[in-house]
Design a protein around this ligand. Structure first.
Ligand SMILES: Cc1cc2nc3c(=O)[nH]c(=O)nc-3n(C[C@H](O)[C@H](O)[C@H](O)COP(=O)(O)OP(=O)(O)OC[C@H]3O[C@@H](n4cnc5c(N)ncnc54)[C@H](O)[C@@H]3O)c2cc1C
Length: 422
């Protein structure tokens, strides 16, 4: 291959949202030669399945709210988000012909409800800006000489040279989409520290699967779930939950999963307390249950409880508390009623952990942010090397935050690489 054919000004590795946005920023108005290398045969494989195929591409939350939805290293993102915000993202896509709409909780989707339209819009822009899109090329090594990045080596041994290289290879979740954690190896080989990659935004698994099977399919709105480490409260989330055949899913469970993953990693015993009635105080509930019991003394206590919670959950509570299924409400004292309410406010389940990384919506951990300049996304160790997207140790909750992280860091990396050349 001639030098011209194998060398560029800026080389971007990974054709997900962060890599594509980096290429868009790098190509922009200038005349730099930019190439995007992707190991799959098409760009944005993961992006096409985001938001259930609709792509929740950002969120219109105010900046405070935005950062509170980024539990992993939010501060690092301040410069990137100020250069390319949620609003910039909406404007950018509108100019590409992808109009968006805002749904509940500020989530932004394309009006067409088609994630493919977002990917294709970006791709067409890159083609118009004459970015060389080289697919089915897997990068297996970075070329670094005297702490300067000079290019990459591909799996089949080709060497591609560039003045600047942007690594945007994603995390390690949903590996079938191409995100197999290659970036951790590539950056690790040139001296970057990698914070352990663990699953985030993933369902929780109960140690006793029988508990889960008994209540599978039951959903509870506005529950509060609290994670205990030892006997101490570790973290809490409030939101809808749904029991599955192995454990717990739903927004609150997904949000707390990054904490569960990290405790599993530390080898701790993990207890989750579920408050099924987080909107009601204990005494209020106790009064409600005793009033119901007082009004129907001849009915079984179990059927009274079923007036408050789903049938199978009521049976499970009886089993767990070893209560007599045949006892009438009129024969039940306040101590037992209080015991039931205490249980419903602090329903304890032991967790064995979470579903695996390959099923997680996001990877927690990644390239240590202290080794990356947040104002440029440039490596503090290797000159000419930049990072963008989920391979960095940053993660957000559901709601469009992870896609915006990818877009903002991608844009900043692309702009910085371009400005450092021109
Ligand atoms: C099911 C699911 C639904 C989601 N829904 C949403 C949502 O609605 N909203 C939201 O904000 N977030 C969502 N996310 C998270 C979001 O998709 C990711 O955070 C985002 O895609 C990360 O972008 P990225 O560019 O950093 O990495 P990726 O999208 O993972 O892209 C990395 C790219 O690099 C390529 N690559 C990897 N290694 C190499 C190599 N060695 N050589 C060349 N190329 C390589 C990969 O093939 C891939 O195309 C969802 C995730 C999943 C799994």
């Amino acid at each position: 291959m001639s030098d011209y054919l194998s060398s560029w000004d800026i080389l971007i590795i990974g054709g997900g949202p962060s890599g594509m946005m980096a290429a868009a920023a790098a190509a922009g108005e200038g005349d730099l030669r930019v190439a995007l290398l992707e190991k799959n045969s098409s760009l944005g494989c993961k992006m096409r399945i985001t938001g259930g195929g609709r792509c929740n591409l950002t969120n219109v939350a105010t900046s405070d709210n935005f950062f509170s939805n980024i539990p992993g290293n939010a501060k690092f993102l301040i410069p990137a988000l100020s250069v390319f915000s949620g609003k910039s993202c909406i404007d950018f896509f509108r100019k590409l012909g992808v109009s968006t709409k805002v749904e509940e909780e500020g989530k932004v989707f394309p009006v067409s409800d088609q994630a493919n339209d977002v990917v294709e819009g970006l791709k067409e822009y890159l083609v118009r800006k004459r970015v060389d899109i080289l697919d089915q090329i897997k990068v297996s090594e970075l070329i670094v000489e005297q702490s300067v990045c000079k290019g990459v080596v591909t799996e089949n041994g080709n060497r591609y040279f560039a003045k600047k290289v942007i690594l945007a290879t994603g995390g390690a979740s949903y590996p079938a989409t191409g995100s197999t954690g290659d970036g951790y190896l590539l950056a690790g080989m040139v001296g970057h520290s990698i914070k352990n990659a663990i699953p985030g935004l993933v369902p929780l698994v109960f140690r006793d699967s029988n508990i889960a099977k008994n209540v599978q399919g039951i959903s509870v709105p506005k529950a509060t779930i609290t994670l205990l480490k030892g006997n101490k409260k570790h973290s809490t989330q409030k939101g809808d939950i749904i029991f599955t055949h192995f454990g717990l899913s739903g927004p609150a469970a997904l949000k707390i999963s990054r904490e569960v993953s990290s405790l599993v990693n530390q080898g701790d015993e993990i207890i989750l307390l579920i408050d099924f009635f987080s909107e009601n105080k204990d005494e209020e509930l106790l009064n409600k249950l005793s009033t119901l019991a007082g009004q129907q003394p001849k009915r079984k206590l179990l059927s009274i409880l079923k007036q408050l919670i789903p049938d199978r959950l009521a049976v499970l509570v009886f089993q767990m508390l070893r209560l007599d299924l045949d006892k009438n409400a009129g024969e039940t004292g306040k101590v037992v009623l209080r015991k039931i309410i205490d249980y419903l406010k602090k329903f304890p389940v032991e967790l064995s952990g979470t579903r695996p990384l390959k099923e997680a919506m996001v990877t927690v951990g990644g390239i240590a942010t202290k080794e990356v300049n947040p104002r440029t996304m440039g490596s503090r160790l290797i000159e000419g090397l930049y990072f963008a997207g989920e391979l960095l140790d940053i993660d957000g909750y559901t709601g469009g935050y992870n896609m915006q992280i990818a877009f903002s860091t991608g844009w900043l990396a692309g702009m910085s690489a371009k400005e450092s050349i021109s």
